[in-house]
Design a binder for this molecule. Structure first.
Ligand code: PEP
Length: 246
């Protein structure tokens, strides 16, 4: 039986005051049946770590460098994130693939260095609207996943996967539970060919998850929780989504 996981992706939002209020609201409403974590912007990680230390909510970052250390101005290493107690790091979010031209291989390299530093990479895959309309969804997500499988080898079982259709992110459009389940099942079959532990791997859905659609999505057999953007910024909404994961 896989545990459910709900992760908030704050993106480039928040400030010290709103972060404190948000974390207090989420924390006070717990404990949750599911595992819960938030991925905060880099500058806030030390305060998030202080707020959540000894609490049941984990934390992480939204990206890391594929390099170990050195002359990479503006980048943040996986080792640094580990020093701030991060448990997770999101890699390959569609916003990074689109706005920072991150390739499948770069995403895979980031996942690899995250694992090296004992972080769990949350590897995002997903198709654009044009790709879905051209019936390329399966081919796109398989290609994105395949780069990570080849780079990580047997360590692939240590990652979390997030299926995030690009057309559903921040748009208010959500994949139906059936649409999402179909892609999750496809990904699990692909992972099954790579590791005997595929049944234990968590595959999250992300894309306009809200309190009113979370339970239906999370009840699908291969959907093991969610990666939540906009709704993770409002304590009441995030709490309701976390409670829907059981
Ligand atoms: C995300 O950014 O990972 C995401 C799923 O965003 P939203 O929930 O706002 O669609």
């Amino acid at each position: 039986m896989r545990r459910k996981l709900v992760v908030g992706n704050w993106k480039m939002n928040g400030n010290r005051l709103t972060n404190t209020e948000l974390l207090a609201g989420v924390e006070e409403a717990g404990p949750y049946t599911a595992d819960v974590a938030v991925c905060a912007p880099f500058p806030y990680l030390s305060e998030v770590a202080l707020s959540l230390q000894a609490k049941r909510i984990g934390w992480g970052a939204q990206d890391c460098s594929a390099h170990e250390s050195g002359a990479y101005t503006g980048e943040v290493s996986a080792e640094m994130l580990a020093e701030f107690g991060c448990r997770f790091v999101i890699v390959g979010h569609s916003e990074r693939r689109a706005y920072h031209a991150e390739s499948d291989q770069l995403v895979a390299d980031k996942a690899k260095i995250a694992l090296k530093h004992n972080l769990t990479p949350i590897v995002c895959v997903g198709e654009t609207l044009a790709e879905r309309e051209a019936n390329q969804t399966d081919a796109i997500v398989k290609r994105q996943m395949s780069a990570v499988i080849h780079t990580l080898g047997h360590c692939i079982s240590q990652i979390v996967v997030a299926y995030e259709p690009v057309w559903a992110i921040g748009t208010g459009l959500t994949a139906t539970p059936e649409q999402a389940q179909a892609v999750h099942a496809l990904l699990r079959v692909q992972l099954h060919a790579a590791t005997p532990k595929s049944d234990q791997m968590q595959i999250l859905y992300g894309g306009s998850v809200k309190p009113d659609n979370a339970a239906a999505l999370f009840s699908q057999p291969d959907i093991d929780g969610g990666l939540i953007g906009g709704a993770s910024l409002k304590a009441a909404d995030f709490v309701a989504i976390c409670r829907a994961a059981r």
